[in-house]
Design a protein around this ligand. Structure first.
Ligand code: SAH
Length: 458
C-alpha cells in the first residue's frame, strides 16, 4: 500500500486551490462539503466557482499564484489547466512539506483523492493507487446503488444509542462485541433502512440478554477455502468472535472476515512436523471461553469430518462450557463440484465413503473388500501420502486397475488443480502432477464433459 487512506479533519484548516477552471471545479465540489477555509487563486474562474465565491463558500483571490499563497495552507491543490504551472506549484508545496495534489500528475502528488460515495457522515472512499480509475468509478457506481440514502441517518441514530450503551457497558471490548452482535451477519442494506424505533428495540433486547453469548465456543466450518463457500452463520460467528482459533488449511480470505480487534490463535498441525497437541488446543479453548470470550474454533471444510471435533466438544462439555456447531462445505463436496461429478449416481453407487488416508497409527485400514467391488466409490481425505498404499490394498482385493480416480488439489481455491488418472497410475500421476497441497482423491470418479461446453456436431 503506497497510499495511506486517512480522514483529515478540515475544521479551521486552510486549503489552497490554485486554478478556477474545470480541474479545480471538480476538486472544489468535494472540498466545499468540508469545514475548511477554501482559498482559490486565479485571474479568472468558471461560472460555478464565481458563484461559490459570491455566496461566500470560498474566497477567490483574483490574481496569479505566488509562492507566498502557500503560507499556512494545510493542503494544496495545484489545479490550473497548465501542467507546467501545476508542477511548479507542487514542487514549491512539497519543499514546504505541505501535502499537495497536482491535477493529472500522479508523480508530483503527495496525496491523491479517492472516488467517494458520500452518505455523510458515512463516507466510502475508493482508491486504486492510480492503477485503474475506471474500476474505481465502477465500484463507486455499484456502491451508490447498494448504500441507501438513509445510511448517514442510520449512523447518526447509532451514535445516540452508542452513548446509551456506553453508560451500561463501560468496557470498550464489551461494547465492540455488543455492536458486532447487532450488525453481525445482517442484511445491511435492509438494516440501514429500519426505523429508529426498530433499531432501538433491537439494542434494548441485546442489552437485556447481554451475557448470553459470552463464554462459549462455536465450532465453525470454514469450507474448502473460497470465502464464497462459507455459510451466513459462519460469517456472522466470525464477525462476532473475540478469539479465533484456526487450523492450517483455513484460508486467508476466510480469516479476513474476522474483526481486526479479535485475537487470532494459530493451532495448525503440519504433517511430519512437530506441532501443537490436541490437549493444548483444548486447553486454549477452555481458557478463552472461561474468560467470558466468544471463541470461534475455525476448522477447514466441515468441522465434523476428520476434524477431531469430539475431543474438543468433550473437553468443553466436561467443564460446562456451551458449544455450538456451524457446519461447512466439506472438501469432498467442493472437489466433486469442481469436476461436475455427482457423488452418488443412480445405478452406480448407493453409498459413498469418506475415508482418511492416515489415522493415528499410520496408513488407515478400511473395509477394502466392499470398496474394491465394482462401482465402489470413495472420497479420500489426507490421501496423497497414502496413495500407493490405497492402490495396493484396493487392487489386492480385486479392484479393476483401470478404475478412474480424480484428484482435486486445493478445491475451490484459485490454485485448484485437477488430475484425472486410474488406480493403476495413481501414485505416479500424483508425483508427475506435483501434488503436495491439500487434496481429495475421488476414487471411482472419471472426467466428465464440462457442463457448459457444447457438444460438437460431427
Ligand atoms: N474437515 C475438513 C477435513 C480436514 S482433514 C473437511 O471437511 O474438508 C484435511 C484434509 O482435508 C486434507 O488433507 C485434504 O484431504 C482435505 N482438504 C482440505 N481442504 C481441501 C481443499 N481445499 N481441497 C482439497 N482437499 C482439501
Amino acid at each position: 500500500m503506497q497510499y495511506l487512506p486517512i480522514h483529515f479533519d478540515t475544521r479551521g484548516a486552510k486549503i489552497l486551490v490554485v486554478g478556477g477552471g474545470p480541474a479545480a471545479e471538480a476538486k472544489l465540489r468535494t472540498l466545499l462539503k468540508t469545514e475548511a477555509n477554501i482559498i482559490v487563486v486565479d485571474t479568472s474562474v468558471g461560472p460555478e466557482v464565481a458563484r461559490w465565491a459570491e455566496h461566500g463558500k470560498l474566497e477567490w483571490i483574483k490574481r496569479d499564484y505566488k509562492d507566498s499563497d502557500l503560507e499556512g495552507a494545510s493542503l494544496v491543490y495545484a489545479a490550473t489547466e497548465d501542467d507546467a504551472i501545476n508542477a511548479v506549484i507542487a514542487e514549491a508545496a512539497s519543499a514546504r512539506q505541505i501535502p499537495v495534489n497536482a491535477a493529472d500528475q500522479k508523480e508530483a502528488c503527495r496525496f491523491i483523492t479517492p472516488a467517494l460515495v458520500d452518505r455523510a457522515p458515512v463516507l466510502v472512499s475508493i482508491g486504486t493507487e492510480g492503477t485503474s480509475p475506471a474500476l474505481a468509478r465502477a465500484l463507486k457506481a455499484d456502491l451508490e446503488t447498494k448504500l441507501p440514502p438513509e445510511t448517514g441517518e442510520f449512523a447518526l441514530k447509532t451514535k445516540q444509542l452508542r452513548d446509551k450503551v456506553k453508560v451500561i457497558m463501560p468496557d470498550l471490548a464489551d461494547r465492540q462485541r455488543f455492536w458486532a452482535r447487532i450488525f453481525g451477519g445482517k442484511d445491511l442494506s435492509a438494516m440501514l433502512r429500519v426505523p429508529r424505533e426498530t433499531l432501538e428495540a433491537e439494542v434494548e433486547a441485546e442489552l437485556a440478554g447481554r451475557d448470553e453469548s459470552a463464554g462459549k465456543v462455536i465450532l465453525v466450518g470454514a469450507g474448502p477455502g473460497n470465502p464464497d463457500m462459507l455459510t451466513t452463520a459462519a460469517r456472522r460467528a466470525l464477525h462476532a468472535a473475540d478469539v479465533i482459533v484456526y487450523d492450517r488449511l483455513v484460508s486467508d480470505g476466510v480469516l479476513e472476515l474476522g474483526r481486526r480487534e479479535a485475537e487470532y490463535v494459530y493451532v495448525g498441525k503440519t504433517p511430519g512436523e512437530p506441532s501443537i497437541g490436541q490437549t493444548a488446543i483444548n486447553e486454549i479453548l477452555v481458557e478463552k471461553a472461561r474468560e467470558g470470550l466468544a471463541v470461534v474454533r475455525l476448522k477447514s471444510g466441515d468441522p465434523l469430518i476428520f476434524g477431531r471435533a469430539d475431543e474438543e466438544i468433550d473437553a468443553l462439555q466436561a467443564v460446562d462450557i456451551p458449544v455450538e456447531i456451524i457446519p461447512g462445505i466439506t472438501s469432498a463436496a467442493a472437489a466433486a463440484a469442481a469436476i461436475n461429478a455427482s457423488l452418488t449416481t443412480r445405478g452406480t453407487n448407493k453409498a459413498i465413503s469418506f475415508l482418511t488416508g492416515h489415522d493415528a497409527k499410520g496408513f488407515a485400514e478400511q473395509d477394502w473388500v466392499s470398496l474394491a467391488r465394482p462401482g465402489g466409490r470413495a472420497a479420500v481425505y489426507m490421501g496423497v501420502g497414502a496413495a500407493r498404499f490405497i492402490q495396493g490394498r484396493l487392487m489386492l482385493h480385486g479392484a479393476e486397475s483401470d478404475r478412474p480416480v480424480t484428484v482435486v488439489e486445493n478445491a475451490s481455491r484459485p490454485n485448484q488443480i485437477i488430475t484425472y488418472t486410474t488406480l493403476r497410475n495413481l501414485p505416479e500421476d500424483l508425483v508427475a502432477a506435483g501434488i503436495k497441497g491439500p487434496a481429495i482423491l475421488l476414487i471411482g470418479y472419471a472426467e466428465r464433459r464440462s457442463l457448459t461446453e457444447k457438444r460438437l456436431a460431427v
